[in-house]
Design a protein around this ligand. Sequence first.
Ligand code: CAA
Length: 287
Amino acid sequence: MKIEDIKNICVVGAGNMGHQIALQAALSGFQVKSTDASEVTLQKAQQFVDSYLPQRVAKGKLTEEQAALARKNISFVKTLEEAAQDADFVIEAVTEKLALKRDIFSKLDTICPPDTILATNSSFIVSSMIADVTTRPSQVCNMHFFNPALVMKLVEVVQGPHTAPETAEVTVELCRRMGKLPVLLNKEIYGFLVNRILGALSTEAVFLLDQGIASAEAIDLAVVNALGHPMGPFRLMDLTGIDLSYHIGMERYRETQDAADKPSPVIVEKYAKGEWGQKTGKGFYQY
Ligand code: CAA
């Protein structure tokens, strides 16, 4: 697969990350099919696109023509078969559950044409934990976007031991053609670059909260005003989803069996209460 051959992109999962990755690809001129196992999620993704594009026009960020073209470029389809059968490149952006991702990759391997590249947007799971379910491990890699994907420039591309250099090169170039700034990791490592650094910050922030040293608001205020971050760790967890923090912790704990990797009590409590952040109207903050 060469970069010039990539016309059709399939994005599997239309949740927090998937709907914005799909729209970014459509805005960049690719033919995009967005799919999700949940009809409600798929409908919400479509509603987002239908309200976002006119807003961008009203704000002077897009012309009417650009918005109309982007809308034409993206379709929302209910089945994985329909979404992936003519894809040149697939970006999987489903929940952070290894078993689910493996199941989807094994299906994609049978549905997609033989030269299709299969990338995972996982925030933590390296693609070598998934690639072995396919007959094309050399065409599998990580392509990790950040939230909100329409805004954040960086994408981490991770070349696993199974990933062909051409696959990594094409993926890096695809990021550029999607208006993003790619960084290539030559080796796999759990959490890649950004989430390792962010994880260290968030773990410390949650420790300080758990110890009753300061409130979430005070810790956020400190990080924004002393470190110059655009938002503090708690507001950021509300944006990325406390359910995501919970699942990532649990997946890691299942793998390492190290109690230190378990999500902290405050994350477990918020997860159980359904206080998952912006998406549920309440997290560390009220929305
Ligand atoms: N979706 C799409 N666009 C959004 C958005 C959203 N949820 N939130 C804000 N924007 C856009 C706005 O439309 C606006 O665009 P224009 O300037 O082009 O008009 C721009 O972002 C700025 O928005 P605002 O002025 O409303 O707000 P802000 O200046 O406070 O910026 C922010 C909002 C971009 C989210 C900023 O606070 C920020 O950069 N926060 C940090 C985000 C971050 O760290 N992301 C990484 C998370 S870690 C991660 O993603 C890991 C993972 O594995 C999932």
